[in-house]
Write a protein that binds this ligand. Structure first.
Ligand SMILES: Nc1ncnc2c1ncn2[C@@H]1O[C@H](COP(=O)(O)OP(=O)(O)OP(=O)(O)O)[C@@H](O)[C@H]1O
Length: 313
């Protein structure tokens, strides 16, 4: 993007009149990627949940999508990659005795960190309030990603809940996943921060597709309008496809579930947000992953794939 473009210009460019035709076209594009693939034969699907801005609902989406996928019978692991201010365990009312810091210190394995969570989900907990976990260097971040190579059996899904901001932690974990969900809500700062993250991931990490999920919106029309605003600038200035991949309504039930430290998909399965998460899980299961060939960045399970490829016969 032209550096001369400031925040106000970016926001002005995002203001688009609602156009049913464009919205429909965008939907067609997203639907075109949702060709069904039998899940049983697929390798592990890795999906990072990011967003740039704090408080847009990244952890909420990651946790509820994880529980929805697991409840639908898909073996699913959720890595809490917000290493300094982890909250996946808190959101689910869990108190795991160890976290990723213990693994980095050589005190336990990644496998031993796997903590059972509702619906059959397993989480990999991280610590909260530990400064050294908030300041992991790139070698330590890479060690976390590589630790997944040593799991006896990769899960069907690995979800990665990333931190807010644009730190190396956020970009490395997001770029290490095959898919990135960008959680966006209808606030100017959410749009500009999501754009900033999209810019870094596409320019510096070669990410060519992002999947926007609108959170805390009133209806699908508002969600698609939000997508149009973001796609309008990313199509113009970035080399990345910004797909519309779903939406979650603003739902008081969800806030109540968070207060009770429970996943809304378990506590109130017929609430509007729970239904949205189940729909999102169904569509995620139909995504066709982009090819990984030619990736020179570190990615989840790539070491495993490489060593499998080296085996004779
Ligand atoms: N769909 C929703 N409806 C109502 N409230 C919501 C919804 N999604 C999120 N929230 C509210 O937003 C708060 C922040 O959500 P969450 O912690 O998931 O954001 P986050 O992006 O992970 O934040 P951070 O980057 O600070 O970790 C939640 O505690 C909840 O109160």
């Amino acid at each position: 993007m032209n550096q001369a473009w400031g925040l106000q210009q970016l926001l002005a460019a995002m203001v688009v009149p609602p156009s049913p035709a464009t919205a429909a076209a965008s939907g067609d594009q997203a639907d075109g990627l949702l060709a069904a693939v039998p899940s049983a034969r697929r390798p592990c699907r890795t999906i990072a949940v990011a967003g740039g801005k704090g408080g847009v609902g990244k952890s909420t989406v990651a946790v509820n999508l994880g529980v929805a996928l697991a409840s639908a019978g898909h073996e699913t692991i959720l890595l809490d990659a917000d290493t300094g201010l982890a909250n996946v365990d808190v959101l689910l009312g869990l108190s795991p005795p160890q976290h990723i810091g213990h693994m980095l210190d050589g005190e336990c394995t990644l496998e031993s960190l796997l903590t059972p969570a509702p619906g059959g989900l397993q989480i990999v907990p991280s610590g909260s309030g530990a400064r050294r976990l908030a300041q992991l260097d790139n070698n330590q971040l890479a060690a976390i990603i590589r630790a997944f190579d040593d799991l006896p059996q990769p899960p069907e899904y690995l979800l990665v809940d990333t931190a807010a901001g644009l730190s190396d932690s956020v970009t490395m974990f997001a770029a290490a996943a095959a898919e990135v969900i960008l959680v966006v809500c209808d606030e100017p700062a959410s749009l500009t921060d999501a754009y900033g993250l999209a810019k870094v991931l596409s320019r510096d990490f070669g990410v060519r597709r992002l999947r926007m999920v609108a959170n805390m919106v009133h209806n699908e029309g508002d969600a698609r309008l939000l997508h149009q605003k973001l796609a309008r600038v990313s199509d113009r200035f970035l080399d990345v496809a910004m797909e519309f991949s779903g939406w979650v309504p603003h739902d008081e039930r969800l806030r109540q579930a968070i207060k009770r430290q429970a996943a809304v998909v378990e506590l109130w399965p017929s609430s509007p947000s729970a239904r949205a998460f189940k729909k999102l899980a169904e569509s995620v299961d139909k995504w066709v992953e982009p090819g990984r060939a030619g990736l020179d960045r570190i990615s989840f399970f790539s070491g495993r794939e490489a060593s499998a490829g080296e085996k004779p016969g």
